[in-house]
Design a protein around this ligand. Structure first.
Ligand code: ZN
Length: 204
């Protein structure tokens, strides 16, 4: 990871694409559904280690980097808090998450296991590219487009800022499009924005 990049909080948005909410049998939310991963779950390496006896699913997401401390009050101000855009995988132990959901318990163990916050630490500044993808073994498995997001980056930031102050170094996983599925040992992963340098990883 870049030495000048110290990750603080990791926020994630659930159900921000209609197609994904539906594929898991969930309703589209009226306000952003936010959960967190531990900052020690950060994985910017090129290896994904699947914990023993777990089925881990990929969720392809745009990751937003926060560039200053505070709480924006307007959409324009919220936009000025974003210092970069990247692509990541919100890795999820789906079986455990489904079980926790049924029991009405927090998703922590299903979402915040070691190495579960995968992202490319080369953030793009200025405007966020619109189209992003995940390839597994050279085959497209997930594709997303900014226009299909239910809640914009600015709405997400304003929503989080109503609860806590943002911090420089916070990152936000902004939700996955449809097509989530399990990873297998030996899979070759490629994630990126269309027409931009991608990141490659191997699953072990
Ligand atoms: Zn996710």
């Amino acid at each position: 990871m870049r030495e000048d990049l110290k990750i603080e909080n990791i926020y994630c948005v659930g159900r921000n694409f209609e197609g994904h909410a539906k594929e898991l049998g969930n309703k589209v939310p009226k306000s952003p559904l936010i959960f967190q991963k531990s900052s020690s779950a950060v994985n910017t390496k090129d290896i994904i280690k699947i914990p023993k006896n777990q089925i881990i699913e990929h969720e392809l997401e745009i990751v937003v980097l926060i560039g200053k401390d505070g709480s924006p009050k307007t959409r324009n101000e919220a936009n000025s808090f974003i210092s970069g855009y990247s692509i990541g995988l919100d890795l999820t132990d789906r079986r455990l998450q489904t079980d926790l959901k049924k029991k009405g318990l927090p998703w922590f163990a299903a979402k915040s296991f070691k190495g579960s916050a995968v992202f490319n630490s080369n953030f793009i500044k200025h405007e966020c590219p619109k189209e992003f993808y995940l390839k597994i073994n050279q085959e497209i498995r997930q594709e997303g487009n900014l226009k299909d997001m239910i809640f914009s980056f600015e709405s997400i930031l304003l929503h989080i800022s109503n609860i806590v102050d943002l911090k420089k170094g916070d990152i936000i996983f902004t939700g996955t499009p449809e097509g989530v599925g399990p990873l297998a040992s030996g899979d070759q992963i490629e994630i990126g924005f269309k027409d931009h340098p991608s990141k490659k990883l191997i699953v072990i």
